[in-house]
Ligand binder design. Structure first.
Ligand SMILES: Cc1cc2nc3c(=O)[nH]c(=O)nc-3n(C[C@H](O)[C@H](O)[C@H](O)COP(=O)(O)O)c2cc1C
Ligand code: SF4
Length: 437
């Protein structure tokens, strides 16, 4: 674990700049070129501090911003709870990006670090927070440390930001696991209540917010809720960063307007390039290509198909791969990533992973599919965190979308012509308790 602390300095004052139109909002105007402090200030001006606790929250509510870390929870509600709490508050920017298929937070930190840091400072003011942390994926801290040094030299920040690397585990970014890790313990989830917003780091009310969410707050503070709502849908305003795995193996981070047709993001979503689309990452949902081609990137549209946008991971499985082999690999990984604290994870997920492995091999028994479904039902809604439910969502949708392939495997056949794994998984499976710290 790396922990680095940036000392605080005197604050800058705000300047007005013209609100940008269209896309991109978060990403730099020149794709891939990182914005240093000069470029950032030239584009967005200085952070508009409001001079008091709570004052930004009404704008965030009017903007209709929801969290971009996966659950799409209304951001203003969490802000209001922590701002109303007595005593000191803590803010944590979550860039653990523990989902192996996601790349968007690492990219955001690399190309627009100052937007994230402005979001931390402005939100800290709104909460009256006296402590700020940035918790990030291993190896992604270079640009942020450079940005913090630039801000220190310019006297830009009011509050010091402590940067800590997360362990490379799937659960490391779950908010109670994160609080445990920053408190010096292992990055494993704890049972709620209390929620971290009531009693989090060091017992203080703690706001855990995805870094992309904080970058949106930095823009809402400058340009206002009406501007924010110029893109997106009425129910789900704004843009979101998506990580798109194209069927040709290319991975792109795309800032997209919420409500964008999936077929404009994924090459071949409406054609022969892909056989199925995974929406929402490893806790997400497989969709048949035909359904995905009619859908848009928003929870209202996706929920009719049992899916959510999650943290914006979309993967188009090429036509030449075996969907069952992909589902089995990911389920084995997810089962191995459980913290092993609760019955559903300890017993249920390995059994489900075993059934998927059997279905992915030639000649599975006919009872295996029913067993996988039954065990998935037993796991649902239990456990201290969302890991079993997320895993089951992924498994159940795989069993449905790849049902014709199961029948083929039962006959000893497989339609795949390419055995190369498609969905990204970390090298090597974690094996020891030390991996949690
Ligand atoms: C298993 C699991 C892993 C998670 N990993 C992350 C993560 O890597 N990054 C993240 O921002 N949120 C992650 N979350 C969600 C966090 O618990 C939390 O809800 C989020 O950081 C809140 O930020 P938001 O409201 O801005 O989305 C995870 C949740 C679960 C259940
Ligand atoms: S449900 Fe699973 S992953 Fe979540 S805390 Fe319990 S054992 Fe750990």
């Amino acid at each position: 674990m790396t922990t680095l602390t940036e000392p605080s300095g005197p604050a800058m004052t705000a300047t007005a700049v013209r609100a940008p139109a269209g896309l991109p909002r978060l990403l730099p105007q020149v794709p891939g070129v990182p914005e240093d402090l000069r470029a950032h200030l030239a584009r967005h001006g200085r952070p508009p501090y409001r001079g008091g606790r709570g004052l930004l929250i009404g704008s965030v509510e009017a903007a209709g911003l929801t969290g971009r870390g996966g659950a799409a929870f209304p951001t203003h509600r969490k802000l209001a709870i922590v701002a109303a709490a007595r005593g000191r508050a803590v803010i944590v920017a979550n860039a653990a990006e523990s989902e192996p298929a996601s790349r968007k937070d690492a990219l955001l930190l690399r190309v627009a670090p100052h937007l994230v840091l402005d979001g931390i400072q402005l939100t800290a003011e709104a909460l009256g927070a006296t402590e700020a942390h940035l918790y990030l994926h291993p190896g992604t801290g270079h640009a942020i440390m450079r940005a913090l040094a630039e801000r220190h030299a310019a006297g830009a920040d009011r509050l010091a930001v402590t940067v800590t690397e997360a362990p490379p585990r799937f659960l490391a970014g779950q908010e109670s696991a994160l609080v445990n890790r920053l408190g010096g313990g292992p990055a494993v989830p704890t049972f709620v209540p209390p929620r971290v917003t009531e009693r989090g780091l060091g017992g203080a009310p703690t706001l855990v917010q995805n870094v992309e969410t904080l970058a949106h707050i930095a823009l809402i503070a400058r340009y206002g809720p009406r501007w924010f709502r110029e893109l997106g849908t009425a129910g789900e305003p704004g843009t979101m960063l998506t990580t798109v795995h194209q069927p040709d193996g290319q991975t792109q981070v795309i800032e997209a307007e919420i409500g964008t047709p999936l077929r404009t993001l994924v090459v071949g979503a409406a054609g022969p390039g892909a056989q199925a689309i995974l929406v929402g990452g490893f806790h997400g949902t497989w969709l048949p290509v035909g359904a995905a081609a009619t859908l848009t990137l928003d929870n209202q549209a996706l929920k009719r198909h049992g899916a959510t946008v999650g943290a914006g991971v979309i993967a188009a499985l090429p036509a030449d791969r075996c969907g069952l082999a992909e589902a089995a690999r990911v389920t084995r990984y997810l089962a191995a990533e459980s913290a092993g604290q609760c019955g559903p994870c300890l017993n249920g997920l390995p059994a489900i992973a075993g059934a998927l492995a059997e279905l992915a091999a030639p000649g599975p028994r006919r009872a295996t599919r029913q067993n996988a479904e039954r065990w998935a039902g037993l796991v649902t809604g239990r456990g201290a965190c969302g890991h079993p439910d997320g895993t089951v969502r992924f498994v159940r949708s795989a069993l449905t979308v790849f049902a014709p392939e199961i029948t083929r495997h039962e006959r000893g056949q497989c339609s795949a012509t390419n055995r190369r794994p498609f969905l990204p998984l970390p090298d090597g499976m974690p094996t020891t308790e030390d991996d949690w710290t």
